[in-house]
Structure formats: structure tokens, C-alpha cells
Design a protein around this ligand. Structure first.
Ligand code: SAM
Length: 326
């Protein structure tokens, strides 16, 4: 865990982990050869993917962003009363355009804002626009894949930290991955540190499927863009016209599953390999797990975190949890 000591230099304005692109082509190509081929969801977020996600958050069908915003607005006083966070280092996990954290600065009053995201160019642009608006808050950007390692810059204060993980992004991990990830967050928290995290709750499948397959087709574009990203970074030759977006709620597994499905037989090539797909074959691109308040609190507990308090939105669509080291 990075510790701040007087002799340590302050972190740079922006750091990109050296292994962000290492072995990318080989690992992705290997996954494409699996019996059930998949693409890690972080590949949804190149610069265009991050812009498309911003548009998704404005869609009438995409309830999570507006539901979470309403929940935070109505509960912020209670959230702040549940556990003090002023003066913390606020660490925004999957910060995207940093808008959610920025909207909370006046309440959370962080001393230092550390924004972490795999979409490094997009994050760097967002931070450069944010700095002049909040000259009193030190800001550091970190371009890294935190599913591999929660790699925080040396020189940031060890405690108190406020980890902020909104948007129900924890749902993109499987249960075991989520536990491992939460354990890594727990390991980076001191006794006075806090986690603010949103979990999406189980609900009517029709509401869920509309949110992940909107009428304007923006989520379809977001999903299909992963192929353009792979063509660039993994040197594949996916043809966009061969693939369509599919989103389905698996009630038993309590998760939305996003796939890309071939509309005709096609072969994808890359240097040294290829994969033939028959018509109707699928590539798995993302899961979005849904929880109950109980199942999510249990997940936190397994990772060594106690739920200080939680709030649910109207109709219990989403849950916001304040957690602390157990
Ligand atoms: C669902 S978006 C949420 C964005 C924003 N926090 C919000 O709530 O609207 C997920 C964000 O996490 C980032 N992300 C996804 N996988 C990641 C990974 N493995 N490591 C780091 N960032 C990741 C994406 O680039 C994206 O900005």
C-alpha cells in the first residue's frame, strides 16, 4: 500500500501505469479462441467508448445515472453525518468524466482528488477541464486497469481516504472478482477511511433490458465500438456490419449480459491467428450484476468492510452504501 512520507515527492499530475498496454494483443486473442469467446469489459472504454457512455447516461431509458443522482441529492446530509470525510483524499474509481465526484466536492470537501480510469486520454482531458474550476483541490489522474491491480500513486496520503465507486460499476465484476476487488480497496484504506459505493438492485427485467438496449441504439453503438477498439489495439479485422448488439437479463444469475452476435458467418483474423464465427455466434462483452441490499452488504462483509449505513432510491432501484474497515 502506498504510504505518504515527508521525503516522498508529490505525485505527478497524471500517471499511466506502464503495464496498461502490455501483452494486450496476446491476451485478447487468446480469449477470442475460447469455446465461449469474450472481451474484457474494460475494452468498451476507449476515448469514443467513454464519450458514448456519457451519452448513455443522458438517455431516458438509462435509469441508473438519474436514480443515483436523486438518491445522492436526497441523502447527502445523512451520508455526511454517517461518517466524516472532509479533508480526505477522494479516490474516484472509474472516474470517467469526473462529473459525479465534482458535483460532490462542495459536500465531501476533499483535500486531494485522485481520479482513476482505464480510459486514460479521456480522463486526462476531463481533469484538465476540472482543475481550473477547483483550484484549492489538488488533483491527480491515474490511467490504469484496476481489475488487475489497484495501483495508486506513491505520495498520496494513506489515511483518511474516501474511495468513491459510483454508477453500480461493481456489477461488472463477477461475485468472486468483486470480492477480490473490494479486498484490494479495503487493503488501501486506513482506519479513518471510507468507501462510498452504489449497487444496482434487482428489478423488473423489462426496465433492466430497456436500460441496456435503448431505443436510440446508443448502447448498441457503445457495445459494437469495442470491435473498433480491438481492431486498433489487438490488430484484429472485425467488420462492424457483421455484428449486432444483444442485451438479456438472466434472472437466475441476477445479471444483464451484453453480447455481440453475428448476423452472418464471418472470420476474424489477427497476426498469427483467426477465428471463424457461424451465424448467430456470440461474443460476451459485459455483465452487470444486480444485488439485494442484503446480498451486497454480505459482499462488503466478506471483503472486510462493514456497512455503516445504506440508502435505497425510490422504488428500491439502487442502493448507496457507506462502508468502513470492519
Ligand atoms: C459505467 S462507467 C462509470 C463512469 C462514472 N464513474 C459514472 O458513474 O458515471 C465505468 C467507468 O470505469 C472505467 N473502467 C472500466 N473498467 C475499468 C478497469 N478495469 N480499470 C479502470 N477503469 C475502468 C471506464 O473507463 C468508465 O469510465
Amino acid at each position: 500500500m502506498p504510504e505518504s512520507t515527508p521525503s516522498e515527492a508529490a505525485p505527478a499530475d497524471f500517471e499511466t501505469s506502464s503495464d496498461l498496454h502490455t501483452d494486450l494483443d496476446r491476451s485478447v486473442q487468446q480469449l477470442l479462441l475460447d469455446e465461449r469467446p469474450s472481451i474484457p469489459p474494460r475494452f468498451l472504454y476507449d476515448e469514443l467508448g467513454s464519450r458514448l457512455f456519457e451519452v448513455i447516461t443522458a438517455l431516458p431509458d438509462y435509469y441508473p445515472t438519474r436514480t443515483e443522482a436523486a438518491l445522492l441529492e436526497s441523502s447527502i446530509a445523512d451520508i455526511l453525518a454517517a461518517r466524516p470525510v472532509a479533508g480526505s483524499t477522494m479516490i474516484d474509481l472509474g472516474a470517467g468524466n469526473c462529473a459525479k465526484a465534482a458535483a460532490l466536492f462542495e459536500h465531501a470537501r476533499p483535500a486531494h482528488y485522485v481520479a482513476v480510469d482505464v480510459s486514460a486520454d479521456f480522463l486526462e482531458q476531463a481533469l484538465s477541464q476540472l482543475r481550473p474550476r477547483f483550484p484549492d483541490i489538488e488533483m491527480t489522474g491515474v490511467g490504469t486497469d484496476f481489475s488487475q491491480l489497484l495501483d495508486l500513486p506513491a505520495g498520496i496520503a494513506a489515511d483518511p481516504r474516501l474511495f468513491f465507486y459510483p454508477g453500480s460499476s461493481i456489477g461488472n465484476f463477477s461475485r468472486s472478482e468483486a470480492i477480490e476487488f473490494l479486498k484490494s480497496v479495503r487493503a488501501a484504506m486506513g482506519p479513518e477511511s471510507t468507501l462510498w459505493i452504489t449497487a444496482d438492485l434487482d428489478k423488473d427485467p423489462a426496465v433492466l433490458e430497456r436500460a441496456y438496449d435503448d431505443e436510440l441504439g446508443v448502447t448498441a453503438a457503445f457495445n459494437r465500438n469495442v470491435l473498433l477498439h480491438l481492431n486498433r489495439v489487438a490488430k484484429t479485422d472485425f467488420e462492424l456490419a457483421d455484428w449486432r448488439h444483444v442485451a438479456h437479463y438472466d434472472r437466475a444469475a441476477m445479471r444483464i449480459q451484453m453480447h455481440l452476435e453475428t448476423i452472418r458467418a464471418t472470420t476474424v483474423h489477427w497476426p498469427g491467428g483467426e477465428r471463424r464465427f457461424a451465424k448467430g455466434d456470440r461474443l460476451h462483452t459485459e455483465n452487470s450484476h444486480k444485488y439485494t441490499v442484503e446480498s451486497f452488504s454480505e459482499l462488503l462483509a466478506i471483503a472486510g468492510l462493514r456497512t455503516v449505513e445504506h440508502w435505497t432510491a425510490p422504488e428500491d432501484w439502487m442502493g448507496f452504501f457507506v462502508a468502513a474497515p470492519a
